[in-house]
Design a protein around this ligand. Structure first.
Ligand code: HEC
Ligand code: HEC
Ligand code: HEC
Ligand code: HEC
Ligand code: HEC
Ligand code: HEC
Length: 438
């Protein structure tokens, strides 16, 4: 009787403890998600360091037992009092927010929750707001290798069966053992089917040559090149939804050879105010603040600790080629879409679009050679009409001048140029090697 009561009491105590642990963990989870997750991840450094077993880390590092709680309430105070906290505060140019409202138990609840999350073994890709749907690239090489092996085995088995049948047949017919080796059999067969064998060999040789050439031809082609960027900058949000003009960020595109990329100050013109609505956005925009050395707390201030954003170049021509943006965009009147596609729809970072995708865009001159190759430049120069100056009322001082010069120089040549009703870039010298090569 007494024993039973004891075990009931013990059982209830254990139950109570379990419930209590769960309540604490749930509270910790809620607080962590509401207050810390914007900057901290559990097992990975982000804007702030990873938080897994951070209490142990502080104690092992020689911090006072209370310092970590003071840190969360007010990191500056903690840094003043404890040299360990002082070194932690130099971890990033961004300062941590203060949470004076959190009690010690609540902070412990957060850490308890964090420590209860087992380290992830298999890294799952992070889900972002504008998640990229991975295209189905069709069956892999392995698939074809498997198919080939299976076919080979089937052929082998079938021919073995056929041979056995044949052997049995000739044995039963003549009584003597049929003994022709595989290679002998094959040779006899090939001799009997000379034409077929010849044709098949020819086809195989031609196919190999064609494949080889296709491979050689694709050397130096950069279509679909899309390097990773320090910040996942989406053109859709900026040039698309918010309608920001390309020239606002690529401000030398009408004035010089290069289009130029924006400095972080250009980003800050807007992002001082815009820090993102979702945690994913905030996470990305934090990178801008880190680069600009901006502390968004309160009214915000510059800390002076900057680190430039190093964008990776996407469209790259070799050094021996001269290409000029203002010549194409201003004088030639070629739209950015013609060469870069519709950037207002580019959700991911920039990519070199294949010519097939460029051809789908309305108003583009249709080309066949791969983007950014010499063939591509030349093909367009052969097709693209320049404005006809006074002839069709599209007044452009530069072309008026050219038309006048052509007319005065050689009337018959000018008439020849205009026979198809247009003057192409080629006819103005757009195919001369020196125009594009230094
Ligand atoms: C605005 C971003 C931000 C938020 C929100 C934030 N932190 Fe931090 N935290 C940081 C940064 C940045 C550091 C690194 C210290 C530094 O460079 O100032 C840090 C450091 C820490 C450290 C020390 C880590 C170490 O490895 O020594 C702890 C502990 C910590 N934060 C706890 C919290 C908790 C708990 C919360 C939520 C209540 C929180 N932080 C919310 C940015 C943040
Ligand atoms: C808010 C600023 C901003 C606006 C507006 C903007 N861009 Fe960009 N653009 C960038 C940044 C930052 C990069 C570098 C990141 C990348 O490559 O995705 C970039 C990259 C590019 C690239 C690739 C550059 C390279 O390295 O080859 C092209 C092409 C481009 N932009 C075209 C455009 C066009 C066309 C428009 C207008 C429809 C436009 N951009 C509007 C900021 C902007
Ligand atoms: C003219 C204003 C303006 C400029 C300049 C600007 N942005 Fe933005 N940016 C915005 C707006 C508006 C949003 C959308 C915010 C939202 O959805 O709440 C945004 C969102 C973003 C996002 C989050 C996008 C997402 O949804 O994933 C990133 C990253 C970003 N900007 C990077 C940059 C970078 C890098 C630069 C400088 C090269 C820059 N921005 C310049 C206005 C601007
Ligand atoms: C006739 C084709 C063509 C047109 C039109 C064109 N670009 Fe480009 N763009 C290129 C090529 C080629 C490069 C690579 C240049 C290099 O590597 O020297 C490039 C590179 C860029 C870059 C990378 C930075 C740089 O300057 O090299 C940006 C940004 C860019 N273009 C934006 C634009 C914008 C914005 C427009 C429209 C106003 C535009 N481009 C129109 C062909 C074009
Ligand atoms: C979509 C069509 C198109 C493509 C693609 C194109 N161009 Fe052009 N290009 C033009 C037009 C239109 C002009 C005429 C501008 C003018 O009259 O000066 C021009 C003019 C030029 C000129 C000046 C020619 C002259 O007579 O002064 C050079 C150099 C040039 N392009 C180089 C290139 C290079 C290099 C590439 C490839 C990387 C290229 N272009 C790709 C349309 C194109
Ligand atoms: C409209 C511009 C343009 C003209 C005109 C032009 N080229 Fe090129 N050329 C290019 C570009 C762009 C490349 C780089 C292609 C690449 O990287 O795939 C190139 C590359 C080359 C190469 C290096 C081989 C290669 O494929 O990379 C040679 C050689 C060359 N050109 C010779 C010539 C000669 C000779 C002429 C005159 C008959 C000429 N080019 C006219 C734009 C031009």
């Amino acid at each position: 009787m007494f024993k039973r009561i004891k075990s009931v009491i013990f059982g209830s105590l254990v139950l109570l403890l379990l419930v209590n642990v769960n309540v604490v963990l749930a509270q910790g989870e809620a607080l962590y998600k509401a207050k810390c997750m914007a900057c901290h991840q559990i097992h990975k450094d982000g804007t702030g360091p990873k938080l897994f077993e951070v209490r142990k880390k502080w104690l092992d590092g020689g911090a006072n037992a209370e310092s970590i709680y003071t840190w969360v309430n007010n990191w500056e105070m903690s840094a003043k009092k404890d040299p360990y906290a002082q070194t932690v505060s130099t971890w990033a140019p961004i300062a941590m927010s203060n949470f004076p409202e959190l009690k010690k138990e609540e902070i412990d609840a957060i850490f308890d929750y964090v420590d209860a999350q087992a380290p992830v073994v298999a890294v799952t890709p992070e889900v972002t707001d504008n998640e990229v749907v991975v295209e189905d690239k069709g069956p892999s090489t392995w698939f074809w290798v498997m198919i080939a092996i299976v076919l080979f085995v089937i052929v082998g088995v079938v021919s073995k069966v056929r041979r056995d049948l044949k052997n049995a047949l000739s044995e039963s017919k003549s009584g003597e053992e049929f003994d022709q080796s595989y290679s002998m059999e094959l040779r006899t067969w090939a001799w009997e089917n000379k034409k077929l064998v010849g044709l098949a060999s020819l086809i195989i040789v031609v196919a190999l040559i064609v494949l080889g050439f296709m491979d050689l031809n694709s050397i130096g082609i950069v279509e679909n090149y899309q390097p990773t960027q320090p910040i996942e900058f989406p053109h859709t949000v900026h040039a698309g939804v918010n309608g920001i003009d390309c020239k606002y960020c690529h401000n030398s595109v009408t004035k010089s050879k290069t289009a130029g990329l924006p400095t972080v100050n250009v980003c800050m013109n807007c992002h001082k105010q815009i820090n993102g609505r979702t945690s994913v956005q905030q996470e990305k925009i934090k990178n801008i603040y880190a680069a600009a050395g901006w502390n968004p707390e309160g009214a915000g201030s510059y800390t002076g600790k900057t680190k430039p954003i190093v964008w990776n170049k996407v469209h790259v021509l070799p050094d021996h080629v001269y290409f000029n943006h203002s010549q194409h965009v201003v004088i030639g009147g070629v739209d950015c879409k013609q060469c870069h596609g519709d950037m207002t729809k580019q959700k991911e970072t920039a990519r070199v679009l294949p010519v097939s995708e460029l051809n789908e865009i309305e108003g583009n001159v249709k080309l066949t050679k791969p983007t950014l190759t010499m063939g591509w430049c030349i093909e367009c120069h052969g097709e693209k009409e320049i404005h006809n100056g006074p002839l069709n009322g599209k007044n452009n001082g530069y072309y008026n001048e050219i038309h006048k010069r052509l007319l005065n120089n050689d009337k018959s040549l000018y008439d020849k140029y205009l026979k198809d009703g247009k003057v192409t870039v080629k006819e103005l010298g757009g195919w001369e090697c020196a125009k594009c090569h230094y």
